[in-house]
Design a protein around this ligand. Structure first.
Ligand code: C2O
Ligand code: CU
Ligand code: CU
Length: 522
């Protein structure tokens, strides 16, 4: 259905696709174009599967890789330090044909960085790739200069430069081909993730491999004695597509920009978990903690466990984007949108040895209807208990006088861009100025599936489609919305002043302008 607001005179005058603008600008031409009004009837672009050019690997052949963990200890000055290099890497997805990736420390996903809350960490990131990068810690309460603003590029390091001696570095900083990020980690324990955030190119950069997990721990969580070490599985789920040479394929035009046909969102036809297709993992007949991240560009998953599980084929959800829930909740079906994380317990007690238990994606059928499988191979006896109360949430409640704002996330059919309150992203425009230490209420409205994410903060979801839903329990930093929905969130602006972004985490929507700035002011 055409929306009259998309077709008013000013929209017609201003209408020009970004691509045409760039091409015209590159040719030095003056930019003039009058689109026809039939543009108003152009449908909103749907997500689109990018089909691989070779036959996709058979599921359940590869074993699940456990991602390496970096656990930096504090130096005598009280600061922990860790170095990452973004550079070319290669992964093994197809037999006999390595796949080139853009990787952190040579691997995809990148290594897990693990520290305690309130343990300040300096991260040195060096760029050994051939194009600029931007690094963002998703879910982190980070000073603005270390947050990875989309224009905050780390250019490729020139060959003779070397990065600084990290042990001598005491603050955030930046130089030729490197940046030091300051992560104070003054926030709840949870699973965050770091990923590329380069203006216009986040979709291709993350698809190319620039994503990794970051875990914050604390005493409250340790006291719960949750399954740990080999019973705590970090699972990074990401769909991808491949060309005939087993290389990652992503739809860009010659100028390196996203092909407009895919601006609804790029879907892959291979599901990777920790970088391998539909893996298999051997488990003991006990309790596991599964910490999932949806690192896909645009794909949502509906997670369910096989009905073949004899007992408790439900998940016990213990945490969400912003850490532990107040109480565990039992869920049979979980939607996980791009950018979201979820913390689950799964109990394999009573499962017959040798019989695979599949983690399904029930929004699809066939091979895409699967994510991975667990095979119980070792029987153990254990009495596992979980307290009724996991954590004190201290979620804020609405009160009179709180500032309220409304944001509309929708497609503009004439300009062929995704907008926030009718506007395309402009890095220089500030769209909201919340006060530091104030709490605001934001009303979000969407025309399509949009996982909406705010930097710096975590928020509570007051209503989603008219009521609170299980999917929005606890503290969130990404709220997954479907077409026509409204949601109301309550946001304490704590930590830092400065400029941050909020955007749709469908990375193609983000690159096609569905992003805005807020500036926290003193
Ligand atoms: Cu996961 Cu703005 O990012
Ligand atoms: Cu973020
Ligand atoms: Cu979106």
């Amino acid at each position: 259905m055409a929306d009259p607001l998309d077709c008013d005179a000013s929209a017609v005058r201003g209408a020009l696709s970004r691509r045409k603008f760039l091409t015209a600008a590159a040719q030095g031409a003056s930019v003039l174009a009058v689109p026809s009004l039939t543009g108003c009837l152009a449908p909103r672009p749907a997500k689109r599967v990018l089909t691989s050019d070779l036959s996709v690997p058979a599921p359940f052949q590869a074993s699940l890789p456990l991602l390496p963990r970096l656990r930096p200890k504090p130096s005598p000055d009280g600061i922990s330090r860790v170095a990452l290099t973004a550079g070319p890497g290669s992964v093994s997805i197809f037999a006999n044909s390595p796949t080139a990736v853009r990787a952190y420390n040579g691997i995809f996903p990148g290594p897990i960085i693990e520290v305690d809350t309130a343990q300040r960490l300096l991260l040195l990131l060096t760029n050994r790739l051939s194009d600029p990068i931007v690094n963002h810690l998703h879910g982190g309460r980070t000073p603005a200069s270390s947050d990875g603003f989309p224009m905050d590029l780390i250019v490729p390091m020139t060959p003779l430069t070397i990065s600084p001696d990290l042990s001598q570095v005491g603050t955030a900083g930046k130089g030729d081909g490197w940046q030091v990020f300051d992560y104070p980690n003054q926030q709840r324990a949870t699973m965050l993730w770091y990923h590329d955030h380069r203006m216009d190119h986040t979709g291709s950069q993350v698809w190319g491999g620039l994503a990794g997990v970051y875990i914050l721990r604390d005493e409250e969580e340790r006291a719960l004695k949750l399954p740990s070490e080999d019973r705590e599985l970090v699972l990074v789920i990401a769909d991808r597509s491949f060309d005939s040479q087993a290389q990652l394929k992503y739809p860009v035009t010659q100028d390196g920009m996203l092909d407009e046909q895919y601006m609804g969102g790029v879907l892959g036809d291979v599901i990777l978990v920790n970088g391998v297709p539909w893996p298999s993992h051997r488990v003991a007949t006990g309790r596991y903690r599964l910490r999932l991240l949806n690192a896909s560009n645009a794909r949502d998953y509906t997670l369910e466990l096989d009905r073949t599980m004899p007992i408790g084929y439900q998940f016990t959800q213990i945490g969400s984007d912003g850490g532990l829930l107040q109480k565990p909740i039992h869920r049979r079906k979980i939607n996980l949108a791009p950018g979201e994380r979820i913390d689950l317990l799964v109990d394999f007690r009573g499962c017959p040895l040798g019989m695979p238990i599949r983690l399904l994606n029930t929004r699809e059928s066939g091979v895409m209807g699967h994510i991975m499988q667990f095979i119980p191979t070792q029987s153990v006896a254990e009495a596992a208990t979980l307290p009724d109360t996991l954590s004190a949430l201290d979620l804020p409640t609405p009160s009179a006088g709180m500032v309220e704002r409304t944001f509309d996330f929708k497609y503009n059919r004439l300009k062929k861009i995704w907008t926030v309150n009718g506007l395309a992203y402009d890095p220089n425009r500030i769209d909201a100025k919340p006060r530091l230490n104030s709490t605001e209420i934001w009303h979000l409205r969407t025309d399509f599936t949009h996982p909406l994410h705010l930097h710096l903060v975590h928020f509570g979801v007051l209503q989603h489609g008219g009521k609170p839903t299980a999917a929005d329990m606890g503290w969130k930093d990404t709220v997954s919305m479907v077409a026509g929905e409204t949601s109301t969130i309550i946001i304490p602006f704590k930590g830092f002043t400065g400029r941050y972004v909020f955007h749709c985490h469908n990375l193609e929507h983000e690159d096609m302008r569905m992003m805005a700035n807020f500036e926290v002011v003193a």
